[in-house]
Ligand binder design. Sequence first.
Ligand code: KIV
Length: 262
Amino acid sequence: MKKQIKSVFNKKNKKKIICLTSYSYNFTKIIDGFVDVILVGDSMGMVLYGMDNTREITDEIMIRHASAVKKASKKSLVFFDLPYSKKFSEDNIIRRTIKIFNKTKCDGVKIEGNSELVDVIKYLTKKSIPVMAHVGLQPQKFSSASKFKIYGRKEDDLKNILNDCKALEKAGAISLLLEGMLTKIAKQITFSSKIPTIGIGASEFCDGQILVSEDMLGMFTEYHPKFVKKYANLSSNIQNAIKRFSSEVNSNKFPNRKFRYD
Ligand code: KIV
């Protein structure tokens, strides 16, 4: 059965909200129903395309991947990331979000930003487009993953982010994604918000958690943030399978009668 926005985002203080990323049809088929929300993240820039950052993901690339993910997902909710744009403009964000939302038929959008998004979120909420606001470490602000900085070490950081989160919640955001921040900040945001927080590198105090699937499955090894726990080592599994394939082809063990047309 398809999960409903309301029942997923009403889990705050009851059960954790489980989220992972996917960029493709086949991978979505594997994880569908095992998570509440599948995010078609612009992390695909680095993970799938080998880019230095998330900024080169265009709306067209996002539409392609989000459409494939949505097509494969029969149970989990699917959110897409609004791709980077050089200059902030409310009209531009609204127009692009509506276009991607309509084309992909996703269930919602995640947008990186702070209180400058208030009017955008009000507008999109009126149009029945659920918005997850992404605060804290915002990868689109960095030209390279090697420059990512944990949020919260400056004096005014706590006050600023609490104000931003309050404004984003009031504007209608259905959830706050908290990335790469000090534990005490994630804890305070979570305790002071009525909407759920989804954390990535933001401690166990959040109402839900998200990881990049390739990171937690041990398939993307170029970048190792402290917050990633590897639940599998698929890179080695794949390499072992390929070694066996190679050896069996070399020794004429594969293919054999069973795999041929006579
Ligand atoms: O792009 C992405 O995958 C994300 C997650 C890391 C939260 O924004």
